[in-house]
Design a protein around this ligand. Sequence first.
Ligand SMILES: Cc1cc2nc3c(=O)[nH]c(=O)nc-3n(C[C@H](O)[C@H](O)[C@H](O)COP(=O)(O)OP(=O)(O)OC[C@H]3O[C@@H](n4cnc5c(N)ncnc54)[C@H](O)[C@@H]3O)c2cc1C
Length: 400
Amino acid sequence: MADRKPQRIVVAGAGIAGSLIASGLGGKAGVEVICLERAGADDHLDAGTGLNIGPNAIKALKAAMPERAQAIVDNSLAWQRWTISLTSGRPLMDLALSDVADNAGIRIRWAELYALLRKPLDEAIRYGAELLSCGRNDRGLYAVYRDGATGAETRIDDIDLLIAADGRYSRIREHFLSREEPHFLGVCLYRVLFPAGADCPVEDYGQWFNGPNRLLAFRVPGDFVYCAGSFPIEDGLVTDEMKTPQFLRGAYTPEGGELCAEAAYLVREIERNVDRIHWARLQDGTTRFDAGEGVLLVGDSAHPMVPTLGQGATQAVEDACVVVDEVRRALIAGNPLADVPANVSARRTERAEFVVSFSREATDTMLAGADPVAGTLKKLEPAFRSRLERLYRDVSVPLS
Ligand SMILES: Cc1cc2nc3c(=O)[nH]c(=O)nc-3n(C[C@H](O)[C@H](O)[C@H](O)COP(=O)(O)OP(=O)(O)OC[C@H]3O[C@@H](n4cnc5c(N)ncnc54)[C@H](O)[C@@H]3O)c2cc1C
């Protein structure tokens, strides 16, 4: 085997899935890993907001890439509780994650997470490199990228494994499968990060409802609070009027007019930071890992999902752990990497489809006309609890 040329892996996108896969495979004998990232090396350093990553991602990462898991846990806050209340203060749910998971999740800022994931890869990532096109010809798979600084276009041929880690609007998925129109759920979701300040009453992961209008917030390291607000948009559009402080205050203020301490604090900070809000709409799509021999989809390109259960990045981590394991197995067995997409698909599709549909169903309390009290009571029942346990505990942990 010593005279065989290394198999070439191209990873498009150094986001969550791509950077973990590239670091998990970097330095392995028998492979050459090229990672293309459209953004510049410093572009994501001030990436605006925060996220929570589920216990299942940490469990998978501890098994597959323990040093990466440790670095992330050391630089984040533990996600240990999930509370749900009304914005008036009436408590509806107080769940200890230890009741449904084997370990805690984490809370972190995006900028910190990107820095941690990319740190071991500084040499391996080609920043400012946007994949423009890709395909298959008689020599095999190829990809063309443009250098953002010089405008030069470079073609990479003889690719054994092309990994689409280029997110929700994946060019690779579009080329090898087809463009898929997203399925919108009729909910506006916006995010903002701000300094916690001395009077901050928000700590671990909490949600506050006024009808279907929801505030979600938690602290992240660096003494910041991450807040994601939402409200239904019946005609599917987020209008300028909805982006005003008056509309947002009105959306969360209960009929009696009294907000509890946490909701009052969040509404005040939303008003203060209204110009820095990132606006989005809830959407998901179909799951697909295998895009033909040697073409693998991962993360959002494989399974776009709504972020209701905080599982988008979480599942991207689970994907990465399985991909690294499958490539490792193929190399040990001397098998071609062209089969990796089918193998990953066999291990991941059922799980990813479960998470996509569970996330969509858990969005019930955020839809127009929803009753958060009745909806949250359902989340206290054994059926929901056992699905949460499946979500948080049943990771397809790679066996090395
Ligand atoms: C409002 C909101 C809140 C969310 N909150 C959470 C949360 O709390 N927890 C959670 O787990 N998930 C959350 N998510 C989901 C999460 O953001 C995504 O699921 C996750 O980032 C997917 O990871 P990925 O690696 O697939 O893609 P990404 O992280 O999107 O990375 C894709 C990378 O590819 C690069 N790229 C794209 N196109 C090209 C190209 N042509 N050439 C080269 N590079 C390219 C991009 O620059 C980027 O770096 C949230 C999403 C939204 C919208």
